[in-house]
Design a protein around this ligand. Structure first.
Ligand SMILES: Cc1cc2nc3c(=O)[nH]c(=O)nc-3n(C[C@H](O)[C@H](O)[C@H](O)COP(=O)(O)OP(=O)(O)OC[C@H]3O[C@@H](n4cnc5c(N)ncnc54)[C@H](O)[C@@H]3O)c2cc1C
Length: 493
């Protein structure tokens, strides 16, 4: 039976133009589901973005759009009175819902998602027969398959990987990188309606409301991409891993929100970066670093989300079971003395966004050292960040950041002491703690926490050759028992 004349239901993260190509004749159904908005304590600005995106798309589509404001998706489709066609949803929970709606006749057909360069069927073919899914192997095949930064079958510049060139410490003597600003959206009457509704609904949100900082329409996304490629990408590579307390964007693209809402297609993004390298000579190291993130990491975490399935969330290699503290959950970092941790949590509270190194080496590192429950942490990242989605988290949080999967994703835990943070950030200069100290009132919680964590888990990591030096250094510490005791009792961070 042909479903060609049935309406297309778009979920809140499927707002892009590529979802419409070939579907121009269809009505588009958009649902503002109160049950979905209320499900968890999301960041207020995250809910704003979702509603703003849906309403802007509805306004753009005019008569083609049918907006349903029902309690649940199922109720909305029952009210609609016609089955719909949908694209593959982006989470296990949404998949279960679609399966159920299909069984009930509310969904007639599920189309493959065009939101990623590689389809799930192609990934399944790639994964067949492999025991390990190394990101580097996946990434190189992505480059070959989509012919990105390739010359006659070889990587442009003769190298696949420029990571080593992309790890500069922040420039000294300055508090900002001095980059041209990202492209900022301007709020309009639709944003005002969203803000009014969110005020009236009193949902269980976290974080502050504030001006909309992230792009959420196709038109905005295209402008933000252009500005990044033309003016900011040149500094993305070298300072990718650096943190300056007063420069929250550094040279990052801020494109995860439009990418995760389907407003930009990953291939369009990486081809724009490649073109800038080929036509304007933008340095290859930075361009390759950016392509690696979008065509490599992003696609890799999406496919492994489906490949590993929901059970992956249950991994807990280090038996970490500490509940996330209230000040963390509620984004109240006021009493935190460690400048790096306070700044990162303040960033989450103010914007629902901090950049990769703050997520991995500050927030994730702290959580690992303090033994926070990895699954609860995974959930927290998904709700507190404006770009948080169920699919992006497991590999990043359970795998990369917490090493809870025992090394399926990363060869060693992303654990570091204050020395790393002192080198890669400008936080330590004005911090109450001293990154060189592991004992006493001023002992840096990251430095002391590093040794205490190694001491607790020495047996589990001793066999990992990438941890060998750290374990040897641990064994030379004559005060480790005192450090471990101090950290077990620490309540000042
Ligand atoms: C603990 C932790 C939590 C994270 N949570 C999220 C999240 O909620 N949503 C999210 O999209 N990314 C997440 N990431 C990945 C990465 O930190 C963000 O994509 C990035 O910080 C978003 O900012 P940006 O758009 O300026 O990225 P840029 O630094 O400019 O990078 C460009 C793009 O590459 C992609 N990318 C880069 N690294 C990754 C990665 N590891 N996984 C997936 N995509 C990647 C993103 O789409 C990003 O927009 C997380 C990483 C860690 C370690």
């Amino acid at each position: 039976m042909s479903h060609n004349d049935l309406p297309l239901l778009l979920f809140g993260d499927q707002l892009g133009p590529h979802f419409r190509t070939g579907h121009e004749h269809r009505q588009v159904v958009l649902v503002e589901s109160m049950a979905a908005l209320r499900r968890k304590p999301y960041h207020r600005q995250k809910l704003h973005l979702v509603l703003s995106g849906l309403r802007h798309l509805a306004a753009e589509l005019g008569d083609r759009a049918v907006v349903l404001t029902s309690g649940t998706y199922r109720q909305a489709l029952r009210d609609l009175g016609r089955p719909v066609v949908v694209f593959e949803p982006s989470s296990h929970a949404a998949q279960a819902l679609v399966d159920r709606m299909q069984a009930e006749g509310l969904v007639a057909e599920v189309l493959p998602s065009p939101a990623f360069a590689l389809s799930r069927a192609e990934f399944a073919r790639w994964a067949r027969g492999r025991e390990r899914f190394l990101m580097e192997d996946f990434y190189r095949d992505q480059r070959r398959r989509f012919d990105v930064l390739m010359d006659a079958g070889e990587p442009v510049g003769g190298r696949w990987n420029f990571d080593a060139d992309n790890r500069e410490a922040p420039p000294s003597g300055t508090t900002r990188l001095g980059m041209p600003e990202p492209w900022w959206p301007e709020e309009d009457a639709i944003d005002a309606s969203v803000r009014r509704d969110l005020d009236a609904w009193s949902l269980p949100t976290v974080g502050r409301d504030g001006p909309r900082l992230f792009v959420i329409t196709r038109q905005e996304a295209v402008q933000a991409l252009r500005r990044f490629i033309d003016e900011r990408l040149r500094s993305f590579g070298p300072y990718e891993d650096a943190v300056l307390a007063r420069d929250w964007t550094m040279a990052h693209s801020l494109l995860s929100v439009p990418l995760n809402h389907g407003l930009l297609q990953p291939l369009e993004v990486v081809r724009a970066a490649e073109q800038a390298h080929r036509e304007t000579g933008l340095p290859l190291a930075g361009v390759e670093g950016f392509v690696r993130q979008v065509l490599g990491w992003r696609e890799y975490v999406w496919h492994l989300y489906w490949h590993y399935g929901p059970d992956y969330l249950e991994h807990n290699r280090f038996g970490a079971s500490m509940p996330l503290p209230d000040w963390w959950m509620e984004l109240r970092p006021g009493h935190i003395r460690a400048a790096c941790l306070r700044t990162a949590l303040e960033g989450v509270r103010e914007r629902g966004w901090v950049h990769h190194i703050q997520r991995l080496m500050v927030l994730g590192n702290h959580a690992l050292q303090r033994g926070y429950d990895p699954k609860a942490l995974n959930d927290w990242f998904a709700t507190a960040f404006v770009d948080g989605t169920p699919w992006v988290m497991p590999v990043n949080v359970i795998g990369m950041s917490q090493h809870a999967d025992g090394g399926r994703i990363a060869t060693k835990p992303y654990l570091s002491g204050g020395a790393y943070l002192n080198r890669m950030t400008d936080h330590c200069r004005g911090c109450w703690f001293n990154p060189k100290l592991r004992r006493g009132d001023r002992a840096c919680p990251f430095t002391a926490g590093y040794w205490a964590w190694l001491d607790r888990h020495e047996q589990l990591v001793a066999g990992n050759h990438r941890m060998a030096r750290a374990v040897q250094s641990l064994r030379r510490l004559d005060d480790i028992a005192a450090v471990a005791e101090q950290e077990a009792e620490r309540d000042v961070f």
